[in-house]
Write a protein that binds this ligand. Structure first.
Ligand code: MLT
Ligand code: MN
Length: 312
């Protein structure tokens, strides 16, 4: 199986369009220690020909332009794509807005939980994806789902969805339920175990995770590769940077460092590759010369960059 991280930044991307914080500033200035990154998305293929996207970011057009495997093939039909399906892990803007760029009457399939399908259903702008061509299929937690194309032909990629602690998408927050996770329900955020036909190897993709509990750690034990929420290095880093008032806890993202952070919580697991994805533009690990970047690498993690490929 090939996994390509086509977008490694969190919502907003890096540098973010309106951001002058030192990291974005250095990226705008072309500092080679801080690479630009597009918004959160992953592509997987079992046979190198048929591809499944995991999340559709607002940068999808740029990501396709940077990834020849996702472009219409030279000997392909007049209008065609190697993208057979898009699997969604939540309804955040950075994970669904790219669907709107996949219009133009091309058949493919969207897989998501009932909660996330309901968000697409409730927003009629997603009807630009003609329901006669673009199938919406429900993904349920527990058990393996073979990802099939529109004609029900297997892509060779399978997933196992599982609920992870998270938060309902920002634009869906119910402020009358601030004390109860702003109306967050099961199915708002999932993680995925991704595998390929004929192989026992498993990649876990968890781009959004609010807390690491015992259920999640025991699930991740068997990961050959883990792509995990690397939004923030410290919980209050956006506040400290002066760019916003929200902590990671408020946004539904566990931080990398700290007592309850992912570095500590996942340290004892025998995971093969560990890679941080969905990295926010305030995270110091974006600076390849920073102490934080060095600490994460010393702990056995890699920091995703756009175009990073893992073969399992
Ligand atoms: C998140 O991951 O917290 C969201 O993508 C934030 C957003 O919608 O901008
Ligand atoms: Mn996000």
């Amino acid at each position: 199986m090939r996994l390509k991280i086509i977008g490694s930044a969190a919502g907003g991307g890096f540098p973010q369009w309106n951001c002058n914080y030192q990291l974005s500033r250095r990226a705008w200035n072309g500092d080679e220690n801080v690479r630009s990154r597009t918004q959160s998305s992953l592509a997987a293929s079992s046979n190198g020909t048929d591809w499944v996207l995991f999340n559709a970011s607002p940068d999808i057009r740029q990501q396709i332009a940077a990834t020849p495997e996702l472009q219409p093939q030279e000997n392909g039909r007049l209008r065609s794509t190697p993208i057979r399906a898009v699997v969604l892990t939540n309804a955040d803007v950075d994970h669904i807005a790219g669907l709107l760029s996949l219009r133009e009457r091309e058949p493919f399939v969207i897989y998501a939980t009932r909660r996330v399908l309901d968000v697409l259903e409730a927003n009629s702008i997603f009807n630009v994806l003609d329901r006669a061509l673009v199938d919406r299929r429900e993904l349920t937690a527990g058990g393996r789902t073979d990802i099939l194309d529109v004609a029900k032909i297997p892509t060779g990629i399978s997933v196992e969805a599982f609920a992870v602690p998270g938060k309902v998408a920002l634009f869906l927050e119910d402020h009358s339920k601030a004390g109860e996770g702003f109306g967050t329900q099961e199915g708002d955020t999932i993680g995925l175990c991704i595998s390929s036909r004929g192989s026992e190897r498993a990649a876990f993709y968890v781009p959004g995770c609010a807390r690491i509990d015992a259920v999640l750690t025991s699930r991740l034990q068997r990961a050959d590769c883990l792509l995990f929420d690397g939004t923030l290095y410290t919980d209050d880093e956006m506040v400290a940077a002066g760019v916003g008032a929200k902590t990671g806890a408020r946004m539904g993202h566990v931080s990398i460092s700290g007592e309850n952070g992912s570095l500590a919580a996942l340290a004892e697991l025998g995971i093969g590759n560990r890679i941080y994805v969905h990295i926010n533009n305030t995270n110091p690990v974006l600076d390849a010369a920073s102490a934080e970047h060095a600490a994460v690498v010393a702990a056995g993690w890699e920091i995703a960059f756009d175009g990073m490929e893992v073969r399992l």
